[in-house]
Design a protein around this ligand. Structure first.
Ligand code: SAH
Length: 355
């Protein structure tokens, strides 16, 4: 007998769940309860839905599953950053990070298994994109990391950044849905302004974000404000030139009035001179923006080096002097490969999976 493929019930909207329940002769409010269990109470099994009759907890199992992510690996950095390895229902692995600070608790989540963009400085870029994450799989990372914040630091999660593995704007619909659930009162009820989506710069999708009425923050990984340089480190720039990205950002700002963050990794002898700062300044004039200068985290191939801190300071001072806010982001969690660009499933399980 051929086994029937089970459907992840979390891929259904509340309305669709209601239809399924009504068709089964159940009352509509049961569907609302199930929806609450799935999202607000993050049940991983129908049997946890204790306000339903045993019968109502049982029949959905014939056709539906809840594809929850499982934490299979957890590492804690000397700076208290926690990196978790999440196993998906089909055994793929992704990573998420809790970054604690005095004034905030930030979850950094993945949006894809691997990444298709091959940025030369990023470990995830060497992994190939295996598949997109579902909204529920992104949501689960947030929920798990929020629990870690409470358990380890007695604090609530305050911020979410889509800066883990993958390019969020190449998994547009699922990323969008995950944010809908995170911000919804029937989900985690977090403010959209606490969420930042980071993109390598997919012009068409930045425009779409604006047209769809995005309320969250947008960060763009720039790393060079000159096409020739950017082409060499980020192949996506060949099809999404700085001019195209700039135009998309102007459209985004005009519609959302939300200031853009540019991320800029400072590489030694590559993009950290005052000449480079001048080019970046010019790009920043296109649209209200601030700059986060990121320390390069070595990914092991020795192709790039971290810029000298004196040069980074001069670079930022130049931007500030000319009216652009520039902050240096010191790297967190690099002793456990949890820092930006280091997420590559280097743990044992991942190695076993690759065998
Ligand atoms: N694909 C998205 C989100 C993932 S990367 C994006 O490109 O924005 C999150 C941030 O980490 C990006 O700014 C990325 O450029 C940066 N990053 C990647 N590798 C890095 C490294 N080795 N050191 C420091 N930052 C890195």
């Amino acid at each position: 007998m051929e086994t029937q493929k089970l459907i992840d019930i979390r891929s259904l909207s509340q309305e669709q769940i209601k239809e399924v329940f009504l068709a089964k002769g159940e009352k509509a409010f049961r569907a609302t309860q199930v929806y609450e269990w799935l999202w607000k109470k993050t049940a991983s099994d129908f049997k946890q839905m204790s306000n339903l009759s045993i019968d109502t907890r049982n029949w959905p199992k014939e056709n539906y599953v809840i594809n929850h992510v499982k934490v299979v690996d957890k590492q804690i950095s000397s700076d208290k950053t926690i990196k978790s390895g999440f196993k998906l229902h089909d055994n793929h692995l992704v990573e998420g990070v809790l970054i604690p600070a005095d004034d905030r608790m930030t979850a950094c989540v993945s949006s894809q298994v691997g990444c298709s963009l091959t940025c030369k400085f990023c470990a995830t870029g060497y992994m190939d994109r295996k598949r997109n994450l579902d909204p529920g799989e992104i949501y689960d990372q947030v929920v798990t990391i929020a629990r870690q914040a409470e358990e380890n630091f007695g604090q609530k999660l305050t911020n979410i950044v889509y800066m883990g593995m993958g390019e969020p704007l190449l998994n547009y619909a699922n990323v969008w849905d995950s944010i809908e659930r995170i911000t919804s009162p029937t989900g985690l009820n977090m403010a959209a302004k606490r969420i930042t989506v980071s993109t390598a710069g997919i012009a068409k999708m930045i425009k779409k974000l604006a047209d769809d009425g995005a309320k969250f923050n947008l960060a763009v990984s720039l790393h060079a404000a000159d096409d020739v340089k950017r082409d060499t480190i980020m192949p996506i720039n060949e099809s999404n030139s700085l001019e195209a990205v700039g135009k998309a950002l102007q459209h985004f700002y005009n519609k959302t009035k939300s200031r853009i963050t540019f991320e800029y990794i400072a590489f030694k002898d590559f993009n950290e001179s005052i000449e480079d700062a001048k080019m970046l300044l010019k790009f920043c004039k296109k649209v209200p923006a601030k700059v986060n200068v990121i320390e390069y985290n070595p990914t092991g191939d020795g192709q790039f080096e971290k810029a000298d801190s004196k040069k980074i300071d001069a670079f930022c001072a130049y931007l500030e002097k000319n009216g652009v806010k520039a902050t240096v982001r010191r790297s967190r969690g690099n002793d456990i490969d949890a820092a930006c660009g280091q997420l590559a499933n280097k743990n044992k399980l991942a190695m076993e999976q690759l065998k």
